[in-house]
Design a binder for this molecule. Structure first.
Ligand SMILES: [Fe+2]
Length: 272
């Protein structure tokens, strides 16, 4: 399995505090069946994002994993907070924040006060060659109350990552409910751990994978845990996905939206 969202690098954010913890997290991940991890430190108003420092710590951790014989391939990315300054910087330097230097960009929403301009931000990131992946929408209180915005973003081709802990009920009832609603409707493209430590937020995917396999089918579970994230890790396009369900139902503006999306894609094609 491939984990695209993991606060594995030591001493950069609220994830691993030191090399020993990073090694322990890597060992948990490898024992759980994870083969590849993108280490994604925060870039937000609390934690600055320094690619040089990240590269140094990544190298140091790679050497430590080799000497401990922990079979885990690691790369760098970012847990990219969708602020104005971050967006401007990413538009100027599209590969600075992306996963493993490819096209895919993890984007984290603010918990409250989702600006109406977010659609435009996703569009601009797409035009600059990035493929935004929305991180854990199932944990966002605003989206839990108003999932219609999520449907709008699905229609313009935004990719969705949900947290393994949400699926197995470790992130609260609302997150669990919304995660399963999205899974049942095939609105999810990636599972990831968003691991921060070895205890409460440990890097495990197996239990969530197996639950998804049991409830929604093994092919879907494998796609979310391995096929899709491996494509993103290697910077390739995703293989064809199952058609999302109930995306256009009970929507009086369906036709208008559909045509808007259609023409937007025809004229810009930012997500292909
Ligand atoms: Fe995160």
């Amino acid at each position: 399995m491939v984990d695209l969202h993991h606060h594995l690098l030591p001493g950069l954010d609220d994830g691993s505090p030191n090399l020993e913890t990073s090694i322990a997290m890597a060992r948990i991940a490898a024992d759980d069946g994870i083969t590849h991890v993108v280490a994604t430190p925060h870039a937000n108003h609390v934690y600055s994002f320094d690619p040089g420092e990240i590269a140094l710590r990544l190298d140091r951790l790679r050497s430590a994993l080799a000497s401990e014989a922990i079979p885990l391939t690691i790369a760098a990315g970012c847990d990219f907070h969708l602020s104005y300054d971050n967006i401007q910087d990413a538009l100027a330097q599209p590969r600075k924040y992306t996963l493993n230097g490819g096209d895919y960009l993890l984007v984290e929403l603010p918990d409250y006060g989702l600006s109406p301009n977010l659609d435009e931000a996703f569009y601009e990131l797409g035009l600059a060659g990035m493929r935004p992946i929305l991180t854990h929408p199932e944990r966002n209180p605003t989206l839990q109350r108003d999932p219609k915005r999520l449907a709008d973003w699905m229609r313009i081709g935004l990719l969705m990552q949900i947290t393994t802990g949400s699926i197995v009920g470790k992130m609260g009832r609302e997150a669990e409910r919304m995660a399963h609603r999205m899974l049942a409707d095939r609105w999810v493209h990636f599972l990831a751990t968003d691991a921060h430590n070895t205890e409460s937020r440990a890097p495990r995917m197996r239990a969530a994978h197996d639950l998804v396999a049991k409830k929604y089918g093994v092919e879907y579970a494998d796609r979310l845990c391995t096929t899709n994230p491996m494509a993103a890790f290697e910077g390739r396009s995703l293989p064809p996905q199952e058609e999302p369900r109930h995306l256009y139902e009970d929507d009086p503006d369906l036709t208008r939206r559909w045509w808007q999306t259609f023409w937007k894609r025809r004229t810009s094609n930012p997500y292909n």
